[in-house]
Design a protein around this ligand. Sequence first.
Ligand code: TXA
Ligand code: MG
Length: 369
Amino acid sequence: MRAQRHGGKRPGMVYFNIMVTKVLKIEDPENVSPEMLEPAAEIIRAGGLVAFPTETVYGLGGNAIDPDASRKIYAAKGRPSDNPLIVHIADIDELEAVAAELPDAAVKLICAFWPGPLTLVLKKRMIIPDATTGGLPTVAVRMPSHPVAAMFIRTCGLPVAAPSANLSGRPSPTTARHVLEDLDGRIDMVIDGGSAQVGLESTIVDVSTETASLLRPGEITLEMLRGVVPGIQVDPAVTGPVADGVKPKAPGMKYRHYAPKAEMSIVTGETGRVREKILELAAEQEAAGKRVGILAAEESAGSYGRGTVRSVGTRADEETVAHNLFSVLREFDALDVDVIYAEGFEERGIGRAVMNRLRKAAGYRVIEV
Ligand code: TXA
Ligand code: MG
């Protein structure tokens, strides 16, 4: 700021370009207008970066057809540039401009789930630069349902590339405060539209190949997808670690994402035995002078009596568990625990997405009892 105020550059001085991240607060997301979002849209059109709320998590937006904007996104996040960005559109008519082909499965999924938390991988058009897709011939496209996201993209008047608005390796942000924790001073603006409803990133389906496949589970579950396109396969990276030297279809799957600072392990099995095992492990760690965090369901959270316990919600409501997961992981970072033990959740419906994120956060350390 100082250098800018002083105007002309003086020899021998080092000039820094310090950015101040503005916050644009939207009081009522249901009643947002283009005028309110114009300052944010102007930043995007000028090649800058704006974080914005979506129904899944907050995204870090930039002009998807400007390779320099994409490069800025990678730099702000500290993200490897071979991990492609999702291109967000506001209206179905814009799809033709970014995707070269629309296979049958894509049409069916779009009719059933757009706008909403579903991303489709399609063959890309030339207009989408390699910097946005990490050099891939395909592009991931999503049309969010969040009223602020939709109005923001529409006001920009161009497709918006947006990964989750966290530093690479940190849990995805579900509030504007989370975004600022990671990116304050690194981006131009954050639009604060309250807490993201779903709390986990979108479901990703690759429809660019002969057989459609699920690359990342999310709120739109495998069961729901197969209700529309029965033949959908599950990519191996969804459930297991990606072996060294193997190229996963979604390049992001090979990185250790959503990682809390403490080493985390998941304990799975019958709930009573899981609780006993976690208590035993926690006692060992505490005896060794370690601070222990326990990520539990509401049903058992009150019964541990040791460690720092955080509930992610009741097992009866997997949507709430999904919504709270990243927030709780960030809380453990702030609490500075040394190790975390997480109770496992059932692998069905959204539980599949919860376990996918937990396994990645735990670096695939799973203890079965
Ligand atoms: O809910 C969401 O999807 C959020 C919000 C902001 O829309 N975005 C998000 O973006 O989660 P990000 O960058 O954190 O995750 C994008 C994932 C990565 O795993 C990436 O590898 C994959 O999508 N991806 C992007 N383009 C792809 C492509 N052409 N082929 C395969 N995977 C792709
Ligand atoms: Mg991400």
